[in-house]
Design a protein around this ligand. Structure first.
Ligand SMILES: O=P(O)(O)O[C@@H]1[C@@H](OP(=O)(O)O)[C@H](OP(=O)(O)O)[C@H](O)[C@H](OP(=O)(O)O)[C@H]1OP(=O)(O)O
Ligand SMILES: Nc1ncnc2c1ncn2[C@@H]1O[C@H](COP(=O)(O)OP(=O)(O)OP(=O)(O)O)[C@@H](O)[C@H]1O
Length: 327
């Protein structure tokens, strides 16, 4: 299932709409996926061999939800906070695209016809958004291609954790949620981020091979890709050296938001014919409204013994995954 759209350049910006203009390329959009904040569409040329000026890019369009920023604001935040932190080839690139009149209405009708997560069926595109984002397409293109999509999460311990912790922030939260039978996608991976970036090769290798059966990707994670993870870790640490519980001034809060974004971003690793492309995505700046929630999480992890693995007897389980509990 697809929807036909027309591509053109307007004042040096790419543009798509539902009305053909002079010198336009006819393209098709198919629904790829969606999250809590955005819809993601594939962009396909109309016929085999046809020119696709947007080849290698996906269309990411924001949802009509109050917590989601406009495309321009998303791009500004990305440029100001994250683009400078990593080499360009290691980041999912973003650029603006103009949305023509009637496109949002057409896409809202289109997404009603495709198979989507049931809990997101009420989500729609806003009718007054003038722009979308073109992002680097990390989906596998050939049948031999393999994609690993993972959240590296907290690559260093939380500064709010006790010094003698037996669990890192990611493992502590997983244990706490697990006691309530709640498991996020990251929890289900059952990995410890500290082990992934451990200097002890055995730890990093075990985590990498548990994340993927693809040898080229596993070797990348413990080889050339390690530098990217270590850079990510150092930005997480530098932006939040004190922990959410200790911050109160505006600059520090802004940096915690940046650090929390880097602790929740996605690493896409694509292997095509032995070649690796690795990029960090989902670098959408988190908003300061979440600070009280992050503080609350830290207080509970500390007070209820999740960091120290001395949680209440009824829910106690010996920690076996976290680096801090292993030799
Ligand atoms: O609380 P965490 O560390 O599990 O991270 C949340 C993620 O959970 P997961 O990575 O799956 O374990 C969670 O991911 P899912 O929705 O579970 O896919 C969100 O990314 C959440 O951020 P936001 O509320 O959407 O801004 C994330 O919340 P924050 O990073 O803002 O705390
Ligand atoms: N650049 C990309 N390349 C390949 N797949 C992508 C890309 N960007 C997004 N996706 C796919 O689309 C899904 C939803 O996209 P995305 O995570 O950007 O949505 P979101 O609404 O911002 O998510 P969240 O719920 O974290 O706010 C991703 O989980 C991923 O599978």
């Amino acid at each position: 299932m697809s929807i036909t759209v027309y591509f053109s350049e307007q004042n040096c910006l790419p543009s798509i709409g539902v009305e053909p203009l002079t010198s336009t390329n006819q393209l098709k959009l198919t629904y790829l996926s969606e999250g809590g904040a955005n819809f993601v569409f594939r962009i396909i040329a109309q016929g085999p061999g046809s020119d696709n000026p947007l080849n290698g890019k996906l269309l990411r369009l924001r949802k009509d939800l109050s917590h989601v920023q406009s495309a321009k604001a998303q791009l500004e935040a990305f440029d100001a906070n994250f683009r400078p932190l990593f080499p360009a080839h290691h980041v999912v690139q973003q650029e603006l695209i103009v949305l023509g009149p009637g496109l949002a209405e057409a896409l809202n009708a289109f997404v009603k016809t495709v198979s989507r997560p049931t809990h997101r069926l009420d989500d729609v595109l806003p009718l007054d958004e003038t722009h979308g984002l073109l992002v680097t397409d990390m989906t596998p293109s050939g049948s031999e291609d393999v994609l690993l999509q993972l959240k590296p999460k907290w690559l260093a311990q939380s500064p709010s954790a006790p010094a003698d912790a037996k669990r890192c922030r990611t493992c502590a939260l997983r244990a706490q949620r697990g006691a309530n039978r709640i498991h996020t996608a990251t929890d289900r991976q059952e990995t410890c981020p500290l082990r992934l970036v451990s200097d002890v090769e055995r730890h990093a290798t075990e985590v990498a091979t548990s994340l993927t059966d693809d040898k080229t990707i596993a070797n990348f994670l413990i080889g050339d890709g390690r530098q990217l993870l270590v850079t990510l870790r150092s930005h997480q640490e530098m932006l939040d050296p004190l922990g959410a519980l200790a911050v109160d001034d505006e600059d520090a809060i802004r940096n915690v938001c940046r650090a929390m974004t880097l602790r929740d971003c996605t690493l896409f690793v694509k292997s095509s014919s032995g070649r690796i492309e690795a990029r960090l995505g989902d670098l959408d700046l988190k908003l300061a409204e979440k600070l009280s929630y992050w503080k609350e999480v830290e207080v509970k992890l500390r007070e209820d013994g999740w960091y120290l693995n001395v949680e209440a007897k009824a829910v106690w389980a010996e920690e076996t995954v976290c680096l801090l509990s292993r030799s």
